[in-house]
Write a protein that binds this ligand. Structure first.
Ligand SMILES: *Cc1c(COP(=O)(O)O)cnc(C)c1O
Length: 403
């Protein structure tokens, strides 16, 4: 195995024992028990007396489960597991990845506050800032994801409460200098939030200064394209109180069956990703040798903006990356090529066991202009199919391109 193959997969392999052991019964009763924790579905929680119902044992009411909206046992087991994976202290699971982006923004921002979003941010997060947050009186400024220390600092205002990062960025894959962003945020008394969906488990957000880490669990944790769910993880009690109170106030929780499915998905996440990351690297390196390809936007390759930060801060890569074609290749021919692929499904989302392709040409920088690809681009998600079969399929498609 090459050094690079090791670096893209090491973090996933290392997680294996923890993913198998955590979040399930450790005490085995004499009478025996099933391997997996059961699902309890419930709204009403019964207590033997009013006194027992009202007793808080020193905890705030929001942290005692007196009703199903506060979370079921399986939800809390999943939350503990996610805290371990992210290296934080507390996690709140919610009904989608997008809700996980919206929850901390709603929790920490108010009228008159200022938010900094990277221009590469996941589209629906951008939409949320431009609609609901704007209506609430929150102003948003976009910064280039590869901006220098001084460029970001110049955009900070006295009322900037949240600096948001997404690394690598959706569709354009710039890896961000998260420790630098943390320093800027903290010096200004602001929080650094990170959408860590790409880097789950192989980017430890809190060791790099992040305050709030967000996951779309719909991707690799659930892993089978059958669940929509998200999580918010924090690393201290003060942040936790704010996030948890906001979740209770908004009535956000997640269905126990989805929590169970996600917990099951996590059992195999390490081994799936160890495999998918190596296949993705092999395909990315092979694509670089093709004449039709201008750049491969894979964080482990030097073509990718911010590759040096991936190399410094990540212990692995996932199976999602971008491909930028040569300038002479039209968007129409690229779309025909995508339609003609047989092993790559056409569909939104990623992180399942199957390969996917999606054109991303429309996702160049919208506000800060520079840096994004200008020719036809598409995004590949590499699944568990045989890597040679995937290459044959892609080779047939690329052969059909004329330029
Ligand atoms: C998919 C995704 C989300 C949203 O997750 P959903 O569960 O689909 O709502 C948020 N951020 C990133 C980076 C994503 O890829």
């Amino acid at each position: 195995m090459s050094d690079l193959e090791k670096q893209v997969s090491a973090g996933w392999s290392r997680m294996g024992s923890m993913l198998v052991r955590e979040g399930r019964p450790h005490e085995i009763p004499e009478s025996g028990t099933f391997v997996n924790a059961p699902v309890s579905r419930g709204s009403t929680v019964l207590f033997p007396s009013l006194e027992a119902m009202n007793r808080t044992d020193g905890r705030s009411h929001a942290h005692k489960v007196v009703y199903g909206a506060m979370g079921s046992p399986i939800q809390h087991q999943l939350e503990e597991m996610l805290s371990r994976i992210e290296g934080g202290t507390h996690t709140q699971v919610v009904g989608s990845g997008l809700a996980a982006c919206a929850l901390p923004l709603l929790a920490f921002l108010g009228c008159g506050d200022h938010l900094l979003l990277p221009d590469s941010v996941y589209g629906p997060t951008r939409r949320f800032a431009g609609t609901m947050l704007q209506r609430m009186g929150v102003t948003t400024t976009y910064y280039p994801p590869t901006a220098s220390h001084d460029e970001v600092l110049a955009l900070m205002r006295p009322e900037t409460k949240v600096l948001f990062a997404e690394s690598p960025g959706s569709h354009t894959f710039e890896v961000q200098d998260v420790p630098m962003l943390a320093e800027i945020a903290h010096e200004a008394g602001a929080l650094l939030m990170l959408d860590n969906t790409w880097g789950i488990g192989v980017f430890q957000p809190f060791t790099h200064g992040v305050d709030v880490s967000i996951q779309a669990l719909s991707k690799y944790p659930a892993g089978h394209s059958d669940v929509i769910m998200g999580s918010v993880t924090v690393n201290d009690d003060a942040c936790w109180k704010t996030v948890r109170d906001a979740a209770i106030q908004l009535g956000l929780c997640a269905g126990p069956d989805d929590c169970w499915l996600t917990l099951r998905g996590l059992r195999t996440m390490g081994v799936r990703l160890a495999h998918q990351s190596r296949s993705a690297l092999e395909i990315a390196q092979w694509l670089k040798t093709r004449p039709e390809v201008a750049r491969v936007l894979h964080p482990a390759l030097e073509d990718c903006p911010g590759h040096e930060f991936w190399k410094r801060d990540f212990t692995g890569a996932c199976g999602l990356f971008g491909v930028e074609l040569q300038p002479g290749i039209s968007v129409e021919t690229t779309e025909r090529m995508i339609d003609g692929l047989s092993l790559f499904g056409i569909g939104a989302s990623w992180g399942g066991y199957e390969s996917l392709v999606l054109p991303t040409t429309g996702h160049i920088r919208r506000v800060t202009g520079e840096g994004g690809p200008t020719s036809a681009t598409f995004r590949l998600h590499i699944g568990l199919e045989d890597v040679e079969d995937l290459k044959t399929d892609l080779a047939r498609g690329l052969d059909s391109l004329q330029f």
